[in-house]
Design a protein around this ligand. Structure first.
Ligand code: SIN
Length: 542
């Protein structure tokens, strides 16, 4: 037991400064709540700013002929490979136009079409041009800039360099605050009847990822320790095209947005043969799981002479540098000129389709704990997220979660934190594996193409490299989160004896519609190990 050295109070503490967290914080402030945002890095360091493609949305009066919100719903359900929660999909996608309008009111500037209205592009799995974008391929950066600027008037304080360790809970298990460590490892309590996790994903489970260093699954681990459930964690989406910069790439790799294929680029191997020809009717614009798996198979078979990358031929895009300035700069830095040469690319870990089980208002099963954005599993993504649906989800669910907190406060169903913030708290102890070993085995055995034997190897390596540690530094909090996330993922992946969406089993190659059209739920057992809840639950888990 240790008494926290400092404390602060709010109505709502938001963990994370990405699109979902800042949207929620701004909406909460509009509703008159005292809100405090906490991030383990600096305000700009989240995943949002790396998003390139855009926001998928069917805007009234600005869409392809025949495109509708229903068509966007259908494309999302098809991409999700039978595991989406249809009601959640409908609610979130229907909320898109209003969410984008609010974002523009807050100052975000989207690219204009020469003919008027917003420019729209297309990405994998979309049946129409409905992805609006900013700065060419810098949509996330513009969204982040606009939201941070809207929050910068001092009424949304952002506590930087503070890592969230654990939820503080009442004896009845309701959340009443957050235990954090400051940059020097000094513990403190942020007392609040509502905590919203908007802490992003877990790409750092793997050696190569499009995600920044902060994406270590902290929110998932915190929610599990607080008694919440997670679902669909086996579905980690690999982006088909990050820039290949040589064998053994590590950490965040530059993304080559799918919109490049939307504008006509095609995947080829070293001989110039088309990778996606004959694989799917949409060819290079097939859903992302299909493209990433096809590239992986193509590389393994080595028909084009290389085994660790293919190429994206974008030489037909005449104004590449203007349309895709971020990708263009990354390519030039790697010595590739996309105007004259195909871009070397390979798949890398990109997005957690599963996460903390929550409804479209961000409510989890734990009173006072909410989740929005990539950390949450609302049922929008199912077994494979449709491209550019994630910024959309952050905008819509971020807003709804703030409104849910305000409603729950008004109803008096949340725990009052007045007494609890001064109660001594204990820094948790949790299993922590060595990050290098974890990333190596996850990349080798739990990426695209898994089998029972490989998943068991991951378990054995984690057993050997794990020790219980008190979580008294940011690094230990992150490593504990990666450890529990890896354990949850391999438990769910081993159990799911079929291939579906982002989960590709080489020993169970078929999709099983009879038993496996259902989500698996993971919770922590009393000794802190993730276990599958029994029974598995059907679609629409909440
Ligand atoms: C991309 O631009 O290809 C990524 C967008 C997304 O992940 O939705």
């Amino acid at each position: 037991m240790s008494t926290p050295l400092w404390e602060a109070r709010a109505d709502l503490v938001v963990v994370g400064t990405g699109v979902a967290g800042l949207t929620a914080a701004l909406r909460a402030r509009e509703l008159g709540l005292r809100v405090l945002v906490v991030t383990k890095a600096s305000g700009e360091d989240g995943n949002t700013r790396w998003a390139q493609g855009g926001v998928a949305v069917v805007l009234p009066g600005e869409h392809d002929e025949g495109d509708t919100v229903d068509a966007h719903v259908r494309d999302t359900l098809v991409a999700g490979a039978g595991l989406c929660d249809e009601a959640a999909v409908e609610a979130i996608i229907a909320g898109g136009p209003a969410a984008v309008a609010r974002l523009r009111e807050r100052g975000a500037v989207f690219d204009a079409a020469p003919t008027g209205g917003l420019a729209r592009t297309r990405e994998g799995g979309h049946s129409a041009f409905r992805v609006v974008h900013a700065g060419g391929d810098a949509t996330g950066a513009e969204v982040e800039r606009a939201l941070l600027s809207a929050a910068s008037d001092g009424r949304v304080p952002v506590l930087e360099q503070h890592v969230a360790v654990d939820a503080v809970r009442t004896p009845l298990g309701q959340v009443c605050g957050l235990l954090v460590l400051d940059g020097n490892g000094v513990p403190g309590v942020l007392g609040a009847p509502a905590v919203l996790l908007a802490s992003g994903g877990l790409g750092q489970l793997y050696q190569a990822t499009s995600n920044p260093e902060v994406a270590t699954g902290d929110g998932l681990a915190l929610a599990l320790r607080a008694g919440a459930a997670a679902a669909d964690v086996e579905f980690v989406q690999f982006h088909p095209t990050v820039l290949y910069t040589g064998r053994g790439a590590r950490g965040r790799c530059p993304l080559v947005t799918e919109a490049v294929r939307g504008e006509g680029a095609v995947l080829v191997d070293a001989t110039g043969a088309r990778v996606m020809r004959g694989v799917h009717p949409l060819e290079d614009l097939a859903p992302r799981d299909v493209v990433a798996a096809a590239i992986t198979r193509h590389m393994a078979a080595g028909p084009g002479g290389v085994d660790d990358h293919v190429f994206l031929d974008a030489t037909g895009i005449s104004d590449f540098a203007r349309r895709f300035p971020t990708v263009h700069a990354a390519c030039l830095a790697a010595g590739v000129d996309p105007a004259g040469q195909p871009i070397p690319v390979a798949p890398a870990a990109h997005f957690a389709c599963g996460g903390v089980v929550s409804d479209v208002d961000g409510r989890t099963g734990v009173t006072g704990l909410y989740a929005a954005g990539e950390v949450a599993r609302t049922g929008l993504h199912g077994a494979n997220r449709l491209a550019s649906n994630s910024l959309l989800e952050g905008l819509v669910v971020g807003t709804r979660a703030a409104e849910a907190v305000a409603a729950d406060l008004a109803l008096g169903v949340l725990a009052r934190c007045s007494a609890s913030a001064s109660v001594p708290v204990e820094l948790p102890t949790a299993p922590v594996a060595a990050r290098d070993s974890l990333q190596r085995v996850m990349s080798r055995y739990a990426a695209i193409g898994r089998d029972a034997e490989g998943l068991a190897v991951v378990g054995s390596v984690l057993d050997l490299s794990t020790a219980d540690r008190e979580l008294d530094t940011r690094e230990l909090v992150e490593d504990a989160a990666l450890t529990v996330a890896a354990r949850a993922l391999i438990a769910a992946a081993a159990e799911r004896e079929e291939s579906r969406g982002c989960h590709v089993r080489t020993d169970f190659t078929e999709r099983d519609e009879v038993w496996w059209q259902r989500s698996q739920v993971v919770r922590l057992n009393p000794s802190g190990q993730p276990v599958l809840a029994d029974p598995v639950v059907a679609r629409g888990v909440a």
